[in-house]
Design a protein around this ligand. Structure first.
Ligand SMILES: [Zn+2]
Length: 470
């Protein structure tokens, strides 16, 4: 271990050393001597030009080498990166060094001290600041000519006209819900004329995902290739507990924690009005933990611990820097291939695993004929009139190809638009909860009835057609 000993030997305090290295890095950025504007020095894009200006055995069959591709890449091509975390930092760095200059980045998070081991665009002085802002500043300062535009916002804060401006969208997210929402948004941008898809309305989505030592990268051409929802079965089932169980007959410690999280927190507002439960706030977790214990003892349930409470509230996903690096590299390569048309893109799903040795392979995920997100086929719900609304709710959340999170169900009954169940607003949840135990018939639903379902997994309301079975 000569490396670490060598580092120790200079006797410098770690904090002091870190600062010195940072100062040096900043100085290098300034000293790269190109004034931070779009001036390109000789040979700057040699590495990219090799790929764009000559043919080769792996180039796309229709590819024509030219000097114009580089110009498009540098000046015109507009990329949206979603997420400025572990994958996002890698993506921004890779894309900027590849030559992309019109990069926008959305992230709703601020920097936490635990991010600093792998989210290398952030320093300890940045803790508490928005990830998107700091990441954009770093890249713009360090890479002359690059123009990263940050948004400290949620993806849901933007509408179709915002997303339509991009040539390619890359996702580096740790949330399946956000991914599905983004997928749904790109589907809503598609234009069909007489049932034929207008190719100019397609915005390719490159999606990277990592969990510990496993990762995947995929290329989605909305309306043409398998989308996120087509392959929902590939994701681990989300831990979801039926509301009836949580509210009235808990059996597991997790049920008690969910009860406090979903029902008691919004009702009691222990930290004031409009203070959402924050999984990183020890005071919040402690409150949920104690209330969960109380509820558990009421039902003679054991096993509620602080750790379990945090696990249920936060769904902790381990992060490994090297996995992020590999997956982001694969994603950035796909962006380059699609933007330049020089190479055949990944078709369409790459799996990476280095839990034990190293394993990777690629397969073609197939479109699902009746995909809720991309198929344009109306969805049928088959239930007996004696089934309850709870049965439908469970179907929507537990069916492997739907996996909704907190569906809100509305229907037009006797000419009136009625909310049958809505979970996300505490007062409406309480008011509509009795409906869950009612049968479809009792609710006044009829055969062929349309149900409108809204969920956080998509920006669009989904229509289902109810078919009564006997
Ligand atoms: Zn699909």
């Amino acid at each position: 271990m000569t490396w670490s000993r060598g580092n120790m030997a200079d006797g410098e305090e770690p904090e002091k050393k870190r600062r010195r290295v940072e100062e040096l890095a900043e100085k290098m950025a300034v000293d790269s001597g190109h004034g931070g504007n779009a001036r390109d020095w000789d040979g700057r894009w040699n590495h990219v030009q090799k790929f764009l200006e000559r043919p080769g055995p792996f180039t796309h069959p229709d590819f024509e080498p030219s000097t114009e591709s580089l110009h498009f890449l540098l000046e015109t091509c507009k990329i949206l990166v979603i997420g400025a975390g572990g994958l996002g930092c890698e993506l921004l760095k890779n894309l900027a060094l590849t030559g992309f200059r019109q990069i926008h980045v959305i992230d709703m998070d601020t920097i936490d001290v635990s991010n600093l081991n792998r989210q290398f665009l952030f320093r300890s002085k940045d803790v508490g600041r928005p990830k998107a802002d700091v990441a954009a500043d770093f890249i713009n300062r360090r890479i002359p000519g690059c123009n990263v535009v940050p948004y400290f916002k949620k993806i849901q804060d933007f509408d179709e006209s915002f997303y339509r401006q991009f040539h390619i969208i890359v996702c580096g997210l740790d949330s399946i819900i956000a991914r599905r929402w983004m997928n749904g948004m790109l589907m809503s941008l598609l234009i069909y004329e007489d049932g034929v898809l207008d190719p100019s309305s397609i915005i390719p989505l490159i999606d990277g995902g990592t969990e510990g030592f496993k990762g995947n990268a995929r290329v989605i051409l909305p309306g043409m290739t398998a989308c996120i929802d087509c392959t929902l079965e590939l994701y681990p089932p989300q831990i979801n507990f039926p509301m009836c169980t949580i509210a009235s007959m808990p059996r597991l410690p997790e049920h008690c924690i969910e009860y406090v999280r979903v029902l008691q927190w919004p009702k009691e507002k222990p930290f004031g009005e409009d203070v959402p439960l924050d999984g990183d706030n020890p005071e919040h977790i402690k409150w949920v933990f104690q209330k969960s214990q109380e509820r558990a003892s009421e039902f003679n349930i054991t096993g509620v611990t602080y750790r379990l409470t945090q696990g249920v509230v936060k769904r902790i996903i381990p992060a490994v820097a090297s996995t992020n690096a590999v997956i982001a590299a694969a994603c950035a390569t796909e962006v380059f291939k699609i933007a330049s048309s020089a190479y055949v893109p990944l078709n369409n799903y790459l799996v990476f695993n280095d839990v034990d040795g190293l394993y990777t392979y690629t397969f073609e995920a197939e479109r699902k004929e009746n995909c809720t997100a991309c198929s344009q086929v109306p969805q049928d719900l088959k239930f007996a009139p004696s089934a309850t609304l709870q049965d439908i709710l469970e179907y929507l959340t537990e069916n492997a190809s739907l996996q909704m999170k907190s569906p809100a169900i509305t229907a037009t009954i006797d000419g009136k638009n009625r909310t049958l169940y809505l979970q996300t607003v505490a007062s409406i949840e309480e008011r509509t909860r009795p409906n869950l135990c009612k049968t479809l018939k009792e609710l006044g639903l009829t055969d062929g009835q349309e149900l409108a379902v809204a969920d956080v997994t998509t920006p669009q309301t989904m229509l289902f057609k109810l078919h009564f079975t006997s």
